[in-house]
Design a protein around this ligand. Structure first.
Ligand code: HAM
Length: 423
């Protein structure tokens, strides 16, 4: 026996039953994105490695150890996208989107790839949907961005079970001041910090705030707060964002220890977390990135965005508020004998073209098995066709719930079913 090929570690097959949940979520996302006037963008799944190295940051976990990188036949270094902000910004610059409008509001959905250690809610191929607004430096854009994800949570009925954590990392001037004061505070304890934090002490000390090592956690609890180091412009921006969230009735928790694992953030950063998940509790993360467009060769254009992990969001939805998914078939055609397969095929094809959701059996199974299949597919009606019915131009139409059965002419089936389905 040839050996079965197994799927790669840390990736998932999304099977039809689960895909129904995905589709229900996607409908909500599309609807909300549309009502907030965000246009869909579909950048490629792989980009030049350089884009992520420069965009996400060489020192980040993503770039330093998690990327799926390869070179193609022309020896170009390529990477499967670990996230989409860098790709969207690359596309914005390359396609001169600022010429179409000085404010670009974009959304996307698709698979991302990170070679992380797999566990519940953390995969090597995972899906995100996200939004990016490129052009506005103002706090109302930050508030709208957060309101956009909150609206999706509301549509899903889970907004009350999710926490919005928010912080500001300020502009580069504020961050430089904070960096110094944090280093000064940590320096006497340098040798007791975890190895990773010691490495980050020079390159990216802010990430130490996010350390999971117990001793580091203990230390950073009393560390100076970045909020206290914000210059006036940064503090004002942050205060305005919070005021707007309050005005929009969006509850938040200020989290002084919140930092993000990607290097491009400035000013507002935020995460939505849920207790319904385990260690991987973030269902959405994002923030402002005012310098990225310029750093990637574009003009000096501010931006803000977020992305949400679909697998994680669905775990929360499933635990708290399962979604209404697509219902079963309108109609299942049961064919009594194989001799009339041809007219039966013609008939079901006509019904399908007329928009009925219907199916029939192509395994030539017994009547009983066909009935079971109709039941499995949750058909509202079955239409039974035999030699006799064919001769009279009718099917025996049976309501699966009530058991009522009547002969209905071929031409009358569509109208009858549509009427029953819409009532
Ligand atoms: P991120 O925090 O790296 O941000 O990812 C956003 C979300 O993607 C996370 O909150 C989580 O729900 C999901 N996620 C991340 N990694 C995994 C994984 N290995 N398995 C399953 N789900 C995962 C970004 O990607 C930024 N691009 C967000 C952004 C957009 N910032 C500005 N604009």
């Amino acid at each position: 026996m040839p050996q079965k090929v197994q799927r790669v570690k840390g990736v998932n097959d999304i099977l039809p039953v689960e895909a129904k949940q995905w589709q229900a979520l996607e409908r909500v996302v599309k609807h909300v994105m549309n009502s907030y006037a965000y246009g869909e963008i579909r950048p490629p799944i792989f980009e030049k490695t350089e884009l992520f190295a420069r965009g996400v940051g060489e020192d980040t976990d993503i770039v330093s150890k998690e990327m799926y990188s390869f070179s193609d036949m022309s020896k170009t270094a390529l990477t499967l996208r670990p996230e989409l902000t860098a790709g969207v910004v690359r596309s914005y610059i390359q396609n001169n989107l600022q010429q179409i409008s000085p404010l670009q509001k974009l959304w996307y959905e698709g698979p991302m790839f990170r070679q992380e250690r797999p566990q519940k809610g953390r995969y090597r191929q995972f899906w995100q949907f996200g939004a990016e607004a490129i052009g506005s430096p103002h706090p109302e854009q930050d508030a709208e961005m957060i309101a956009l994800f909150y609206a999706i949570l509301k549509e899903l009925g889970i907004e009350k079970s999710v926490t919005l954590k928010i912080n500001s990392v300020g502009d580069s001037e504020s961050r430089a001041i904070y960096r110094n004061s944090l280093q000064e505070y940590l320096r006497p304890h340098l040798s007791s910090l975890s190895e990773t934090s010691q490495q980050r002490f020079e390159s990216n000390p802010l990430r130490i705030l996010d350390s999971k090592a117990p001793n580091d956690k203990e230390l950073v609890r009393d560390a100076p707060k970045i909020r206290e180091c914000l210059n006036e412009a940064s503090a004002t921006h942050y205060a305005e964002v919070l005021k707007m969230l309050e005005a929009m009735d969006i509850p938040y928790v200020q989290d002084d220890l919140l930092v993000r694992g990607l290097d491009y953030y400035t000013h507002t950063i935020f995460e939505f977390t849920s207790d319904a998940l385990g260690a991987q509790d973030a269902i959405c993360g994002g923030g402002r990135y005012n310098d990225l467009v310029k750093e990637l060769g574009g003009q000096d254009v501010p931006a803000i965005g977020w992305a949400s992990g679909i697998e994680r969001l669905l775990l929360v939805v499933e635990a708290l508020q399962p979604m209404q998914t697509d219902s079963g078939l309108d109609l299942f055609l049961i064919v009594k004998s194989d001799e009339i397969r041809l007219p039966a095929s013609k008939l079901i094809n006509k019904w399908r073209s007329a928009g009925l959701k219907c199916d029939t059996d192509t395994l030539r199974r017994s009547m009983k098995a066909q009935m079971r299949e109709a039941n499995r597919q949750e058909a509202r009606y079955v239409a039974i066709l035999g030699e006799e019915e064919l001769g009279q131009g009718v099917v025996q139409l049976k309501n699966f719930d009530s058991g009522e059965q009547e002969a209905v002419a071929f031409e009358a089936v569509v109208t009858k079913i549509n009427k029953a389905v819409s009532s």
